[in-house]
Design a protein around this ligand. Structure first.
Ligand SMILES: [Zn+2]
Length: 485
């Protein structure tokens, strides 16, 4: 008995020693320690007016591209050329596919790989039923209560105009960047980017250009959005999930509902859909999610720091926490959800042709083909035909030990000294997918503070950007461009 107790005690001591050792060698990945103090940048009234004006020009993207208002895009370019004349004087501009804009700023070192800053200039429409619910009309660009209000302020004109403001300031100071920078502004991100980003990327492909890094929207300086973290976290998207929709269809004899066959087309379809629902993938953490923990963990209060430092022991515990929310669970597997069903015309007629669409969001360690193969095997029923709908493969997982990530981190330390930086996996999709083959280093980050309420206004009601936050965003891009080597 005594011996057993002694052994147990010894084991406990060894375990405690390992935990302690792992925790003390779990070093911060931050460049400078977050000091808790926010910088107060002076408010630039002209810059505020510019964003407000930009919001008023309703460059809305519609799924039906025939109804897109070309005039709005033309006025948007006139607005940019008028308000940022010095930028257009000094940079080379190209209009692509009538609605997208590319600017080239030649750097001092022409042999260094160029970089791209990207933003999209289209916005999503306003749902008719929600129009009345806005505090300030969605295309008013009103400035009130410390915010600039309207569609696009966060997604993504806030970023676009911040870039132009930074450019204008740098032009006024006769600044020349260390290396060549392209500023690319696509016109149809909200409907997939095929005319905008895809065409810009193709333009580069034809020139055989490759890039040191590419920056797009995606992450933000999040406030209160990372559980248990009291400091703001600058979330930089280093990967995004892929997308595939599979359409399952079954075609069996229909007929009168008074004498149904043992199994109808709808029965077969429903059991296939249920099978997919009941057999989610095993949970796992891809490289980007592990990296997120490596950046967040050392900054966590105790005992969480010990937990993150000892994932060899506590990983199931952490993943259980993640699984509690939809967003958290989506980081751990390729998700699937049934979104559309087409079946039946009359209550006393057995439908013969039925179909369902299942939307998958693919983790970066898989492909749409792997997902399709797995689902085909899982359903294992020849009566169920599987058609592949829209596909975006998941992005590659950009590294954090690169020149580009380091520059972003250094710039964050300058402009957001109160925040820590972390890479993260994006669940949604951005125009960056079109540039995948042009660079290994894709970072998705709009340097603006948001809490979950503000994030909820994107594509929703009362989208708005804090005036002070907008000043930080301008300062960020200015500092980023100055910091290029
Ligand atoms: Zn966007």
């Amino acid at each position: 008995m005594k011996k057993l107790l002694l052994t147990l005690l010894l084991l406990l001591v060894v375990l405690a020693a390992i935990l302690f050792f792992k925790t003390s060698s779990f070093k911060t990945k931050q460049i400078t320690a977050a000091d808790g103090k926010r910088i107060d940048f002076p408010i630039d009234e002209t810059a505020v007016k510019h964003l407000s004006e930009a919001v008023k020009i309703n460059t809305v993207s519609f799924d039906d591209t025939a109804v897109v208002n070309q005039l709005a895009f033309d006025s948007f370019f006139i607005f940019l050329k008028t308000e940022y004349a010095s930028v257009f004087e000094n940079l080379e501009d190209t209009i692509i596919n009538k609605r997208s804009l590319l600017l080239k700023w030649k750097g001092k070192n022409e042999t260094a790989k160029p970089v791209i800053l990207y933003a999209h200039l289209d916005v999503v429409p306003i749902e008719e039923t929600t129009k009345e619910k806005w505090t300030h009309a969605p295309f008013s660009g009103e400035v009130a209560d410390g915010f600039i209000w309207g569609r696009g302020t966060l997604d993504d004109k806030g970023s676009l105009i911040s870039i132009f403001e930074a450019l204008k300031k740098l032009q006024a100071n006769h600044f020349t960047p260390a290396r060549t920078i392209y500023f690319a502004f696509g016109s149809d991100e909200e409907i997939g980017g095929n005319k905008g980003a895809a065409a810009i990327a193709e333009y580069f492909r034809q020139q055989k250009a490759t890039f040191e890094f590419y920056i797009d929207e995606g992450g933000m300086v999040s406030n209160g959005m990372v559980p248990n973290m009291t400091r703001p976290v600058a979330l930089i998207g280093t990967a995004e999930k892929g997308y595939v929709t599979l359409e399952l269809s079954v075609n069996l004899k229909g007929g009168h509902s008074s004498h149904p066959a043992k199994e109808t087309a709808l029965d077969v379809l429903v059991s296939a859909v249920k099978k997919i629902h009941d057999n989610p993938e095993e949970r796992r953490t891809v490289e980007t999610v592990n990296e997120f923990m490596n950046f967040i963990g050392p900054e966590m209060p105790q005992p969480l720091k010990t937990v993150f430092a000892n994932r060899w022991l506590f990983k199931p515990l952490i993943l259980n926490e993640y699984e509690k929310s939809g967003e958290g669970a989506a980081l751990l597997r390729t998700t699937s959800v049934a979104t559309v069903m087409n079946t039946g015309v009359k209550e006393n007629v057995i439908p013969s042709l039925v179909s369902a669409k299942i939307n998958f969001r693919i983790l970066p360690d898989e492909t749409s083909k792997k997902v399709t193969d797995r689902i085909t095997q899982l359903i294992n029923d020849e009566r169920v035909k599987i058609n592949i709908g829209e596909v975006y493969e998941p992005s590659h997982q950009s590294r954090t030990d690169t020149y580009g990530f380091n520059l972003l981190q250094r710039t964050c330390a300058e402009v957001f000294p109160d925040a820590i930086v972390a890479p993260f996996l994006m669940l949604g999709s951005t125009d960056s997918k079109h540039f995948q083959d042009l660079t290994d280093n894709t970072y998705r980050f709009f340097p603006v503070r948001m809490n979950s309420e503000l994030v909820g206004t994107i594509h929703g009601i009362d989208e708005r950007i804090g005036v002070k936050d907008y000043m930080e965003s301008i300062a960020f891009y200015e500092s980023l461009l100055k910091g290029l080597e």
